[in-house]
Design a protein. Structure first.
Length: 423
């Protein structure tokens, strides 16, 4: 932190950056964890002249033949919602995720276990092609393995004991199993903001200042003066397609340097699983370009749009003729006493605190205090698309989830409120 403050002092014009520092530290908390981010950003700041490592040289080695062996990148969620990973060499390519070995890591290094009993088990849940190790012809068998985390128990089957407290996937999987017959689909719109490695300057913004023009020209924009960071967006889009993520689109956002991609529709637990891996791919792509991605819901205070994770939802009945009445029933359930508070608590990673900065009633949001729904209204908590009203079937869009939300918690909570009573 010392180096960061020193730099802020040295530049008196850094009013915006100073205000943004706290938000930005929380912002990137998703990616790195609250303590780690300060260290990481400070490190980047002091190491301004770090020698860039030439990715073309790395490429010479990535192009080499690797024989039959397969690199499996195990990915999991650490103690502060950050993503972690480590690689295991497999003797051959697995045909199914069930063939992958349970592995372990040092949970005391991620705040998920005491040093005296540090092992946490990684149970493989889904696998995807690894775009970072695609090989010279893009056909390598290297994989990314999404895992969730458990305590070891020598007496349990396979030695896998109960889930550790940060494992939100287990509860989500139970709910998705219970509502399976309703065939829930989710389409999640992930918004995010690119930053310079200093962690306070949104990518494309002047250091210590603001863009010369307010919001307006940037949304879905083109041109050097409007669209900041497209190479990251394009690279991530292809990385997702290669991996097998059901990415359905991308667009530039209202705040310059902010972008969105959508994952879905995906069925049940596949939705949060894919969203987690899509975030993993984005952070890795940004790492290669030397920029930082923030999932903070309001990275820059003031008259700049925040970042959300609009969650589009439907069930088989909602998609069928006269599904509109089922959607309205879901609205009644979301609007029942106590439900707004319960959902807001579940819609960011800090029990609703982060969303207080975003859900103000301005900038295409509804106030955090009250549930509302409407057709084609982007100032409501939930929007029903015009086409859904017209067709009398379709889906609804919950606009409240923040960009840093836990997709297992959000999709699970929506099912719990809207569908579980009928299951
Ligand atoms: P917006 O108009 O709010 O910007 P987007 O086009 O960005 O919406 O995202 C809508 C998302 O909803 C997409 O991922 C899309 O695949 C998904 N979607 C479409 N139909 C359904 C449905 N019936 N159920 C759930 N999600 C859906
Ligand atoms: Mn969208
Ligand atoms: Mn958007
Ligand atoms: Mn939307």
């Amino acid at each position: 932190m010392y180096a960061m403050r020193a730099i802020l002092r040295a530049r008196p014009v850094l009013k915006r950056a100073a205000a943004a520092t706290a938000a930005s530290a929380a912002a990137t908390a998703f990616a790195f964890g609250p303590e780690a981010i300060c260290e990481k950003l400070t490190f980047k700041l002091v190491e301004d002249k770090t020698t860039p490592l030439d990715l073309e040289i790395q490429q010479r080695f990535l192009a080499m033949d690797q024989g039959d062996k397969v690199q499996a990148e195990y990915v999991w969620i650490g103690g502060h919602n950050e993503l972690r990973c480590k690689t295991k060499t497999l003797m051959r390519a697995p045909l199914d995720v069930d063939e992958l070995p349970v592995w372990n890591y040092d949970g005391s290094s991620t705040d998920q276990a005491p040093g005296t009993d540090s092992e946490v088990l990684l149970v493989p849940r889904a696998m995807y092609k690894d775009p970072f190790r695609a090989g010279p012809s893009g056909t390598s068998k290297n994989i990314i393995v999404l895992c969730d985390c458990y305590k070891p128990d020598p007496d349990a089957p396979m030695g896998v004991g109960e889930a550790i407290p940060t494992n939100t996937r287990v509860k989500c999987a139970k709910i998705m199993d219970a509502v399976k017959a309703h065939e829930p689909w989710f389409g999640i719109e992930q918004e995010y903001t690119l930053f310079e490695p200093d962690g306070v300057t949104p990518y494309g913004w002047p250091v210590g200042g603001y863009p010369s023009r307010p919001q307006g020209p940037y949304y879905c924009s083109i041109g050097q003066e409007n669209a900041y960071g497209r190479p990251v967006v394009e690279a991530h889009y292809r990385a997702c397609l290669y991996a097998g993520i059901n990415i359905s689109g991308i667009n530039g956002e209202v705040m310059p340097g902010q972008w969105e991609y959508q994952v879905g529709p995906c069925t049940g637990i596949d939705s949060p699983d894919q969203l987690i891996i899509s975030r993993y791919l984005l952070i890795r792509v940004c790492e290669q370009f030397g920029v930082v991605v923030s999932f903070d819901p309001k990275p820059i205070p003031g008259d700049w749009n925040g970042a959300g994770c609009h969650t589009n939802v439907s069930t088989k009945a909602m998609r069928a003729p006269d599904g509109y009445s089922i959607i309205v029933k879901a609205m009644d359930r979301l609007g029942a006493p106590g439900k707004q508070d319960e959902h807001i608590k579940a819609y960011d990673i800090s029990g609703g605190e982060d969303n207080k900065r975003r859900l103000t009633g301005a900038h295409e949001t509804a106030p955090i205090t009250k549930f509302s729904w409407g057709v084609a209204n982007r100032g409501c908590s939930v929007r029903i698309p015009r086409m859904t009203e017209k067709d009398k079937c379709g889906y609804f869009e919950d606009r409240r989830p923040a960009s840093n939300m836990d997709p297992y918690v959000v999709t699970g909570k929506i099912m719990e409120t809207c569908v579980l009573p009928d299951a």
